[in-house]
Ligand binder design. Structure first.
Ligand SMILES: Nc1ncnc2c1ncn2[C@@H]1O[C@H](COP(=O)(O)OP(=O)(O)O)[C@@H](O)[C@H]1O
Ligand SMILES: [Mg+2]
Length: 210
């Protein structure tokens, strides 16, 4: 009788241990899912927010470098070569946060579109009417002609991930609009994509040769 009791207790203890293990696993899954949900809400809010531009004087080279630092883990994970073709720096009257976020979105799109060992070229140029254009060119898969007109639409995405809401380029477009500038895209399937951020001369405080 006593041995039977011990056996039952041992069995129950084992069952409890299994239950504890499975409960811990469930708690872990809940915690990871909650983190994922928080990240989704955070990204969604960032990209859907009303854009309020607070212009200050900023070096575009600094902002580009900061954006590159933010995406560096992705750059390293795909072994992307980044070529900075910047013959000058410009001090722009722009919103540092929103311009940096826009660049991060564009760089992430480029990296998403690439096979490992791809290349991104960042180029600064002066426009005919004394504005400044930043171009970000990748050698990724490109965008088909029948979808390129939709990439600036809100919620247009060809990606499977639930962290991609199709708001990145919509946000970039609006950021540039609020700066009095523009955001354009050109692409060829199998060759790559270029995104152009153009600031008009009112936004250019100073051009510094480097
Ligand atoms: N550099 C790029 N190369 C290829 N396709 C791109 C690139 N940038 C944007 N796209 C296309 O435009 C769509 C919209 O981009 P975006 O607004 O940033 O949304 P998301 O990245 O969430 O899909 C992407 O899903 C993709 O199909
Ligand atoms: Mg995107």
């Amino acid at each position: 009788m006593c041995i039977d009791n011990i056996k039952i207790s041992t069995k129950k203890a084992n069952e409890l241990e299994t239950l504890k293990k499975s409960l811990n696993e469930d708690i872990h899954i809940i915690s990871v899912s909650a983190d994922h949900l928080i990240e989704m809400v955070k990204r969604f809010r960032e990209q859907m927010q009303d854009i309020v531009i607070s212009p200050t004087q900023n070096s575009i080279m600094d902002i580009v470098n900061q954006a590159l630092t933010m995406v560096n883990p992705l750059i390293l994970s795909k072994n992307v070569t980044v070529i900075k073709d910047m013959e000058f720096d410009a001090i722009l009257k722009c919103d540092e946060f929103h311009l940096k976020e826009a660049l991060i979105n564009i760089l992430k799109n480029s990296i998403d579109a690439m096979e490992p060992n791809g290349r991104i070229i960042i180029d600064f140029s002066r426009t005919q009417n004394r504005g400044i254009a930043i171009s970000i060119t990748d050698d990724g898969k490109g965008i088909p002609e029948d979808t390129i007109n939709r990439v600036f639409d809100s919620f247009f995405s060809t990606k499977k991930s639930d962290l991609n809401f199709g708001l990145g380029l919509f946000y970039c477009y609006n950021v540039m609009l609020y700066h009095g500038g523009k955001c354009d895209i050109s692409s060829r399937v199998g060759e790559g994509t270029s995104v152009f951020l153009t600031f008009n001369k009112k936004s250019v405080f100073e051009v510094v040769e480097v």
